[in-house]
Write a protein that binds this ligand. Sequence first.
Ligand code: ADP
Length: 493
Amino acid sequence: MIQSLRLRLMLWSALVLVGTVCGFGWAVHWSVARSLEMELDGELEISAAALDATLRLFWSKELNTPPPPGEGMDGEGPPPFWPGGKGKDRPMPGFRPLPPMRMRPEVRARLLSELKLPPKSRISPDQFFAVWAQDGTLLKAEGLPEGTDCPDLEDGQPYFQKRMEHRELSILGPGRSVILVGTPMEPVGRRLWPLDRNLLLAGSGIIVLGLLGQWWISRQIFKPLKRIAETAAGLSAKSLEARIDPATVDVELRDLATVLNSSFSRLEESFKRQAAFTADASHELRTPLAVIRGQAELALSRPRENADYVKALQVCQGSAERMGDLVERLLTLARADAEFPGMESVPVDLAKLVSSVLAELPEGATVDREIRPAQVQGDPVLLRQLAQNLVANALKHGGKSVRVSLRSQEGKAILKVRDKGPGIAEKDLPRIFDRFYRVDKARARSERGPGGAGLGLSICREIVVRHGGSITCQSIVGHETLFRVELPARSES
Ligand code: ADP
């Protein structure tokens, strides 16, 4: 299989072109050859008719003029010139036998001398002929090819045939004589040759020109594609801003250019996100690492009290826990990017799951709740993580006035987590689900409990999306914040 589209295109069109030119040439050759053959046949018919006419003339004369008494006849006994019946064994049906006729020698000599072809024909100048009597005796032949026998005209119909490079016509003459006229086919071929040669030359010229044209056209067609490919090839992780200018490509390729441009944009965006993600992740890991190193260096710089060592180790432990939590979240996001491989899809009693999350609240935390039955299909571990993140955020920001509600409505399980905390400014709302986005970075860093890296809500969104649901946030600064999760409810069967 040829891998080049251009080559395939050219091969196919070349095949079509060659086929068309050959077909046309053959049609022209065939129709001219046919008309020459018809002309040739016409000339043979004229010659046969002339011979037939001569024979008829003598035939009727001899029949109507009986030989004068006592006058000698031709040959010994009755010459079987036009005897009635054909041969001894095959009288033709419907044939009325004519009386045996004897021809006087001088009449016979005159007949034989007058029995000749008409003046030279146009395309069959080398005609030959032969006339046989009814019993198969050859009366006269001129130029007859060797080995030519009297044709068998059993049904009396004239017929044309091709034999040994000759075209021949056989007809039944008077008294069931047989007339054969023929001519070599060679003049037809000779006349066709200039035409064939011109057809060959013209056809080859057309094919060569056609192929050149195709090559040029295919070059023109593939030029813009090449340009597009060059632009795509120019893209790299460092220079992703190259785009194809749709104005410079042909109308047919504009859709392709637009699609590719939007793919390039998505690619660029995803590269940027990835780079930002890596930078943010390393930045977030660097802080607790720096703390650990700082504490260790400080503790080791000089001998200290045991209490100081314990304090330093406690700080190190806190930082290590933060790092562990961060790594855990990063892993969750990496799994989310790979569409949570191994994600379960089992019936989950969401009411039970949310209640158990609320039952594990940290000491002193109270949450107002209204939990109604709701069943969903999904991964219980991920759904638990979702509920935990939202409740933890509400508690972190809303303090004591947190309310969690769950109900099933119109085929959806609706989970709401509301708190009366400081709220989120309108400008931050569209970005709070972005990875590493924190509303107040300084505060988040200093007040870090679990999380604090700005990953919790993005993990929530990934979980909700993978379960076919949606998550939104409404907030009034200084008043309240409401997170609303909608998941497809599982119908009880
Ligand atoms: P983190 O893991 O740092 O808490 P999140 O992704 O959970 O990050 O939250 C992103 C940002 O949204 C946080 O910086 C936080 O300030 C803000 N936020 C989240 N939940 C609330 C809430 N209930 N009230 C006010 N701000 C919130």
